[in-house]
Design a protein around this ligand. Sequence first.
Ligand code: ADP
Ligand code: MG
Length: 466
Amino acid sequence: MTFESLGLHSSIIKALTDAGYTKPTGVQEQAIPAAIEGRDLLVSSQTGSGKTAAFMLPALHKFASEQQVAATSNTPNQEMQASRARGERPRFKPAQPKMLVLTPTRELALQVTTATDKYGSQMKRIKAISILGGMPHPKQMQLLSKNPEILVATPGRLIDHMESGKIDFSQLQILVLDEADRMLDMGFIDDIEKIVDATPETRQTMLFSATLDGVVGNMAKRITKNPMIIQIAGSATKHENIQQKVHFVDDLSHKNRLLDHLLRDVTMDQAVVFTATKRDADTIADRLNIAGFAAAALHGDMHQGARNRTLDSLRRGQVRVLVATDVAARGIDVPGITHVFNYDLPKFPEDYVHRIGRTGRAGRNGVAVSLVNHAEGINVKRIERFTKQLIPVDIIEGFEPKRSASAPRSNHKPGGWKPGDNRGGPNKPGRSFSKPGAPRKEGGAGGGYKGNRSNDSGARGSFGDR
Ligand code: ADP
Ligand code: MG
């Protein structure tokens, strides 16, 4: 299968060739032709599988085809420029985007905008801008005054602009909800419904999510019409190209020594270390810097400018070890990240999946290591239940835990699992916990765990979309 055979406009094919894309990914093969036909889509496939292009290429194709028909397109807000030239206080004419992409975080929004610039680099007069919390108001107004075709936004800030009449969705043709599950987790459901209600009924809607069950599924049904459902073979949580391991640790000093050792792995290019709190992210980044690693912290208390600089340094390879919290690191797409370390386990099994998805990007292999206190064995089991994969326990000579690691995991079948055995290779995960698709014996554990979600108040408040 080639991009040409999907029927994409020649200017897009040229941009993809420049970007080094040789053939579409699985999700792109399925989504692009259906989206070009104008179908609504509900898509779940794993992180790193190329979902951005799956929705952006057909949209750009549509705009490119329209441009060929009508030579005119959105132009900068001329009325406003003219009045400014006359020295009058400009009257702001609302932006009328043709496409809106909603994302849960600023980082993800910027990433989608960057990808759009890349995919649309050979097209004339296509502008994509991001509307984000934390961006200065004049800057946002300046971006909106260009009347961009494509708006990429986090829900909270977008609502502010809608309410003050800066954006008019009457010309909107395409609505995309990227990482819809995450947006709902972050409490954006009311905002999303309000935004959807402000868009024309005739729009095309594409929703992307790790899961299409439950709340996401219900919302998806409400906002789409006769959608095509694309689920890439249970892969939402599988990550077969990522070698996962657990190391049990006795205490903090053991954990730190082990982390330092693992960070010296010669096969490591770049790494993300996940911590539970922003403070830990800072402390550990400082400690690693002193220990001689080029480390930097990334979390929601940092100003947007500082976060962007850190991400740029990571992309350029100047930062080798990024120490980050969940929300700040979500959506980071840096191919050099070979290793992910869970210094602390995530609160929710879904976050584990998103964390390890920071490595193994664009078809490469990755390593994901969790440093786990003995008492946290139960949380590892929850993750295993969620991903339906066992995570092998690894032990490194000289860093052995004093206590037996198997004790807290004794609910597993006896004899089934000793520390050190069952080491899966990159394409050879350990024994599966239960056959994918088989009924779960341990009833409702995943659900109960998820039920704590309402405690996750930090996401929106601290990271602050608004
Ligand atoms: P997702 O949204 O599914 O997590 P992204 O859209 O962020 O995935 O894409 C992941 C990475 O794969 C990006 O670096 C992107 O440039 C790259 N990519 C996407 N499609 C292709 C393709 N067809 N060929 C090569 N690389 C691709
Ligand atoms: Mg994505």
